[in-house]
Write a protein that binds this ligand. Structure first.
Ligand code: DGL
Length: 257
């Protein structure tokens, strides 16, 4: 059996990682994918690090039983809680994580002030603090925890007044401040990027880690000789830990957006 046709598993606490799956399909359309949304356990962002590690371990085990060649942890929160450990535990797998995209504005802009929206767990984790430290001389980072935003997006009505009010309230203090860039440090947030953008001046550049993560995944698969070189377009299977069929529907809808 050609192992390169095995799927790439893409996981998140729910529908957020679909924003990363879109980028992966865009640059690697011939790969097969299994998307696993863990909506039953969402949100991860208000759980402890060890809870998220345990959950992610179990989810990986179930996916490995199905047969996969790589894991993309399309969740900033689970990446900071689990990826380093999972890589140690699974040297046989290509494992890729995602982190808030604070490197691109540090490189592209001149000493910018960068607002980083992410879950409380991502922002208090060592991984994030080290990342900020690394670019300290090149940008000024303001961390903005968004405790309920992923949950509201999981709710499915992206045009709801509740999401609008939440974002407006969250960003109100930054209206008068000089912000050069905004980082969407949670994979759920690109699904409401246009709504977030409306609350900031048009000059604010918005970044997310999806495209960089997809490019990095491709590089790693290439280096490991694991790219699928089939000629046909690959398949996408969408799974969810919740028995509520709504999450699969929502995932499909977001994938096609
Ligand atoms: N989508 C996830 C992230 O990138 C987490 C959302 C959550 O479950 O809190 O951080």
């Amino acid at each position: 059996m050609n192992k390169n046709t095995l799927p790439i598993a893409v996981i998140d606490s729910g529908v957020g990682g679909i924003s990363v799956l879109r980028e992966l399909i865009d640059i690697m359309p011939r790969e097969n994918y299994i998307y696993f949304g863990d909506s039953k356990n969402a949100p991860y962002g208000s759980k402890s690090k060890s809870e998220v590690l345990d959950i992610t371990r179990q989810n990986l085990k179930a996916l490995q039983d199905k047969g996969i060649k790589a894991l993309v942890v399309a969740c900033n929160t689970a990446t900071s809680a689990a990826v380093r450990i999972l890589r140690e535990e699974h040297p046989e797998l290509v494992i890729v994580g995602i982190e808030p995209a604070i490197k691109p504005p540090a490189i592209e802009l001149d000493n910018p002030t960068v607002l980083v929206m992410a879950t409380p767990l991502t922002l208090r984790e060592e991984k994030f603090l080290k990342l900020v430290e690394r670019y300290r001389d090149r940008e000024n980072v303001i961390a903005l925890p968004c405790p309920r935003l992923a949950e509201l997006i999981e709710g499915g009505d992206l045009d709801s007044g509740e999401i609008e009010d939440y974002i407006a309230h969250l960003l109100a203090p930054y209206k008068e401040q000089k912000i050069d860039a905004l980082v969407l440090g949670c994979t759920h947030y690109p699904h409401v990027k246009d709504k977030i953008a409306r609350h900031l001046p048009p000059s604010v550049k918005i970044y997310d880690g999806g495209q960089g993560t997809a490019r990095h995944t491709k590089r790693l698969l290439e280096a490991a000789g694991k790219l699928n070189d089939g000629v046909k377009r690959g398949t996408v299977e969408i799974l969810n830990s919740s028995a509520d069929a709504r999450y699969i529907e929502l995932s499909k809808k977001l994938l096609l957006r």
